[in-house]
Design a binder for this molecule. Structure first.
Ligand SMILES: N[C@H](CCC[C@H](N)C(=O)O)C(=O)O
Length: 291
């Protein structure tokens, strides 16, 4: 069997374009006829003028009882992401629209994702417990205190906090996010040797003990209007360092998320809106990058 998949195998499959706070999400429901989505197909689909997305949420048949689907998450550069908060809210709303269920469980590489539709249309996702050990994030070398570590050469930003919520995040608390060159610093730090799997880079401004302003450079997707897992990771880092309580509002360029780092079981609950944009069918030319 050839190891190189033909991306046009995905032609004629239906797609749904959604967004969570302006985080562009493409939903590919491949449950009835599973097919691999090669990195090149993801990159081709994400091109401007085709179906520009930050993440593609690809649904495969469930592996566990009670689960609606196994989810693979692809960034616009074709790389795989372990978790995507905004995308998970989108697929929960998609599934709720299809089945009428209000409580939906998905499985991902990073574990189960328990979703609840709220009466106001927002979606709450239980993102599980954060991972705070340096090997779990992962970092390239032992860091005893992952809540505050000064990365060499970035003294002006102050110490970073590291958190994994199924994907790696570095968070810098800064006095004024508007002053930060997110594109330049994000692109450099995403590929810093401290992060063997690269990292999502966040710049956070604490406005009050229950409100954070956040700008994010995403691994594999660049600057986005919102990043759910970054909001979760930032809320954990802020509470860990005593900057906020465990329940916060996180304001991103695309809007607000409510994050609750629940004391009873350490799980992070994220609540926010989703929007359905349009749907259609994939065509061969959408799936192949111009030579
Ligand atoms: N937009 C997503 C995060 C994608 C994470 C991805 N950029 C990575 O970890 O590689 C979110 O709402 O959580």
């Amino acid at each position: 069997m050839s190891l190189v998949r033909d991306p046009t195998m995905l032609a004629q499959r239906p797609f749904v374009k959604m967004n969570g706070l302006g985080n562009e999400i493409l939903v590919l429901d491949l449950r009835t006829d599973p097919e691999e989505v090669p990195a090149a197909a993801a990159r081709a689909l994400a091109r401007p003028g085709v179906l520009p997305f930050d993440q593609a949420m690809v649904l495969y048949p469930p592996r566990a009882e009670g689960s609606a689907a196994f989810v693979r998450i692809l960034n616009s550069d074709g790389s795989e992401a372990g978790a995507c908060g905004n995308g998970t809210r989108c697929i929960a709303a998609y599934e709720a629209g299809r089945t009428g269920e209000r409580h939906i469980l998905f499985e991902s590489g990073a574990g189960p994702l328990d979703c609840v539709m709220q009466p106001d249309g927002r979606v709450t996702v239980d993102m599980g417990a954060p991972h705070l050990g340096w090997e779990e994030i992962p970092l390239a070398r032992p860091v005893a205190d992952t809540s505050a570590y000064q990365i060499e050469g970035f003294a002006a930003l102050g110490p970073a906090s590291f958190v994994s919520v199924g994907n790696p995040h570095a968070i810098f608390f800064v006095p004024d996010v508007a002053e930060v060159d997110v594109d330049q610093l994000g692109a450099t730090l995403e590929r810093h040797p401290l992060f063997p799997e690269r990292a999502n880079i966040s710049f956070a401004q604490v406005l009050s003990p229950d409100h954070i302003l956040l700008h994010v450079w995403e691994r594999g997707a660049g600057r986005t209007r919102a990043c759910g897992t970054a909001a979760c990771a930032t809320a954990v880092a802020a509470a860990r360092t005593g900057r906020t309580g465990r329940v916060v509002r996180v304001t991103l360029p695309g809007g607000d998320l409510k994050i609750d780092w629940r004391e009873s079981d350490d799980h992070v609950l994220m609540t926010g809106p989703v929007a359905l944009e349009f749907s259609g069918t994939l065509t061969p030319d959408m799936l192949t990058e111009a030579a």
